[in-house]
Write a protein that binds this ligand. Sequence first.
Ligand code: PFF
Length: 494
Amino acid sequence: MIEKKEHWNSRFAFVMAAIGSAVGLGNVWRFPFVCYESGGGAFLIPFFVALFTAGIPLMILELSLGHWARYAPPQAFQKIGKKWEWTGWLIALSPFIIAIYYVVVMSWCFCYMIYSLDLRWGSHAEEFFHNFLADTGTPTVLGSISIPVILGLLVIWLCVFLILYKGVSRIGKVVAITVPLPTILLIILTVRGLTLPGAMDGISYYLTPDFSKLGDVNVWLAAYAQVFFSLSIAQGIMITYASFLKKKSDITNNAFIISLADAGTSFLAGFTVFSVVGYLAQTQGLTIPELGLRIAGPNLTFITYPTAISLLPVAASFFGIIFYIALLTFGIDSAFSMIEPFTASITNKWHLKKAKATALICLSGFLLSLLFATGAGLHWLDIVDHFIANFGLVTIGLLECIILGWLFRLATFREHVNKSSDIQIGKWWDTLVKYVVPLILIIILSVALYQNITDPYLNYPLWVLVLGGILPLAGLVILAVFLMKIRPAQEEQV
Ligand code: PFF
């Protein structure tokens, strides 16, 4: 179907690329906060249960599907059954939507890396952040476009294009730097953080176990959601990356390495973040709860952390720069991994040159990202992310389990994996994929649906939620069916 099959240069290149996709902004700003909110140290129990009962089994499923089919998601699902090609397109398109706003956050990181040179936010990081974004404070007023954000977007999309257009051999070279580098920087930042006064208060706040939370169903749901988002599963990335593996490649072992490396990085990031949060609380004479929501999401990265950096007694700029370089290098492999499934799907189906397909997709991505560079961007970003992360990801995971587990012979994948892997998987894996994972996903989906209906997200007007949440999701399905329907000039067999 494709003239020349692409391959990873080595097993190391593949594992690094997959770890690079999994480890991203989500590890640095999502895990520490979810962990602290959901019982601190006690959260590690549901987290590891979720990792072993859903994360790793689905990782094995996606890797084995990609490796077995040797094609990007649409063609892989076509191999399962012709009528399922649309599911593959849906899976390939969904991370592209995430990329459109993920790259915006990376553009902010890029600007902040430069601002770190002279600690431009001064002592008013919050005010500075909102001015930088030209924030209108509401999704309903677009306001003006932030020029620094656009420049950042240009740089990041250009990097994504330059990394992807030559194919996976270049990805292999890039990840050999962009995976170890931020990990080393994170360790440096953690060591610095832990030696600051007040750091231990932060750490004990992060890790003090509150076992009573283990009885709360929401904590378990948060653990599963975190594992899904963080491992980059249910997004076609692992299917696509595994399709570039050579015939004789270990799957199970790789799935464990990728998943545990991702979990380990999240856990480490908790120390980095909470040591600095403890320091900030102490310097400002506040308790950690008084710092409030500032320790989650963009606020952590663009308000709390810069504030703490400015307070460092020595080498403040240096630590600022390495923090944002770490975020950029953590994020870049996640960003380009979100584009690759769509590019690979298009080149598989239409025999388009990789460079041309990549250029087209990156250009469209850049233009769509501009929506988030407006004064309302921060709010739209939050809304789209809320719906995609809560519904898109979970629905796709569920579709994968149903189609591959129930409407196809699941044992095909188990047998395929066992042929080339050191660690053999047994029938327990079928049980997890067929029963446990779908059941959990149905519960997560129902709870999320119920909560969103009874309590509209942040009380935004309905039209805002339809435009930012329901429309992108419905649009994805329509586009997926459309892409299935248009046939290449010369129809070929998969
Ligand atoms: N796993 C990435 C992170 O933790 O930042 C985020 C991500 C990457 C989500 C790729 C979804 C995806 F398709």
